[in-house]
Design a protein around this ligand. Structure first.
Ligand SMILES: Cc1cc2nc3c(=O)[nH]c(=O)nc-3n(C[C@H](O)[C@H](O)[C@H](O)COP(=O)(O)OP(=O)(O)OC[C@H]3O[C@@H](n4cnc5c(N)ncnc54)[C@H](O)[C@@H]3O)c2cc1C
Length: 349
């Protein structure tokens, strides 16, 4: 399906109203290859591959070709004891894929429930939540080279996965490949990950027992009720992009040397942190933004969410530049108060 001079407002969760010169929604690899071949000789035309646009910030109209993947196969490619490898089309909505896995008793992705976006982007972004990252389960990522239409598979070891990072974000590779499917390894054994972000507390509030002895009136823990609990926590904490435009966490949590943290701790005894390794700690950017007084504050049509300081929102009619102005004001405050530079997680286009 092809559209020209099309609004991208429905294609980004910030709800920024910009236009693309051309948008192609492709249903299979052959169609993608035809689009690439037809581009030959037009190398000056920029190409942008999007997913659900839940991590994009458009700064202006896109004078080029926008690609959107609609490939939705789901195949078991290998089974090995309790473990299996699924090949899943990049066009699946990640949360629909997780729901399907839980329904089929294929376990491992429950903690990533309700993160917006497509399966293709999950491998680019290395999405993560509640102690689990996509990379924990990814085996390989199947791509098409947008320069010449050739196929290329990246094994997980070649993907350079890190915190919200992959090779697909690195210079020289960024924007070069369309992810067309991802191989995910799942397990028939349910091994819940409960140690992170208030999951245990929420399970208790929902009367879901994590022990084998289930008290009267309580339910035993299952992947389905863990998924529902996580969806419940997320709904409480995060604004729904359909109601208030946003792209989730706008900033990454900075990783700083432990020595720097120890000095900061003397001035800010409440400063939270997570150990990365012996020499580095991660500091929650949301906490610093809140300490700088930004939570709930607006700058024009852009604002900091009143329940989660890490989330910037479009109050209605904001442009990409409005959001960037707020982003820069926040970064300057955090740098001046804590001496720490925070960087956006969101992709500026
Ligand atoms: C309310 C909310 C909550 C969120 N919570 C979380 C969270 O808990 N954890 C987390 O990690 N993220 C979170 N996010 C961020 C976002 O959901 C993820 O980054 C997600 O992976 C983006 O998927 P997408 O399909 O929308 O990709 P897009 O935002 O459209 O694109 C993201 C990047 O991937 C590239 N890309 C997308 N699809 C393809 C493809 N098929 N081939 C090649 N490149 C591609 C794009 O070029 C871009 O660089 C949240 C966002 C929102 C709005």
């Amino acid at each position: 399906m092809e559209y020209t001079d099309v609004s991208l407002k429905p294609y980004n969760t910030f709800g920024i109203d910009v236009r693309a010169r051309r948008l192609v929604v492709y249903d299979d690899i052959e169609e993608l290859r035809r689009v690439i071949a037809a581009r030959e000789g037009l190398d000056a035309t920029p190409v942008l591959h999007i997913g659900s646009g839940s991590n994009l910030l458009f700064l202006g109209d896109y004078e080029g070709l926008v690609l959107y993947c609609n490939i939705r196969n789901l195949d078991v490619v290998r089974e090995d004891g309790d473990s299996m490898i699924l090949n899943v089309g990049a066009g699946w909505i990640m949360d629909d894929f997780i729901a399907e896995c839980v329904r089929n008793r294929w376990y491992g992705l429950e903690n990533l429930s309700h993160i917006p976006g497509q399966v293709g982007a999950s491998a680019v972004q290395n999405i993560g939540a509640y102690g689990v990252e996509a990379a924990d389960n990814i085996v390989s990522v199947h791509c098409v080279d947008l320069n010449d239409g050739s196929a290329r598979t990246f094994l997980k070891t070649e993907c350079n996965y890190g915190y919200r990072h992959s090779i697909f974000k690195e210079d020289g590779v960024r924007g070069r490949y369309a992810v067309v499917s991802v191989d995910y390894r799942l397990s028939r054994k349910f091994v819940p990950r409960l140690e992170y972000g208030g999951v245990l507390k929420a399970l208790e509030e929902n009367h879901i027992s994590v022990s084998a002895d289930v008290p009267p009136g309580w339910r035993p823990l299952t992947a389905q009720n863990l998924r529902e609990t996580i969806i419940g926590i997320r709904r409480q904490k995060l604004p729904d992009p359909k109601i208030l435009g946003n792209a989730g966490s706008f900033f990454m949590n900075p990783v700083i040397p432990k020595a720097q943290f120890d000095v900061l701790r003397t001035e800010f005894p409440d400063m939270p942190s997570y150990v990365v390794d012996e020499e580095r700690v991660k500091v929650p950017a949301g906490w610093m933004i809140e300490q700088c007084g930004w939570k709930g504050r607006s700058l024009g049509r852009a604002a900091v969410h009143d329940r989660q300081a890490l989330v910037l929102v479009n109050k209605g009619g904001a442009t990409g530049k409005d959001i960037v102005a707020l982003c820069e004001a926040i970064r300057a405050s955090v740098l001046s108060r804590f001496g720490i530079t925070i960087s956006p997680e969101v992709n500026f286009i």
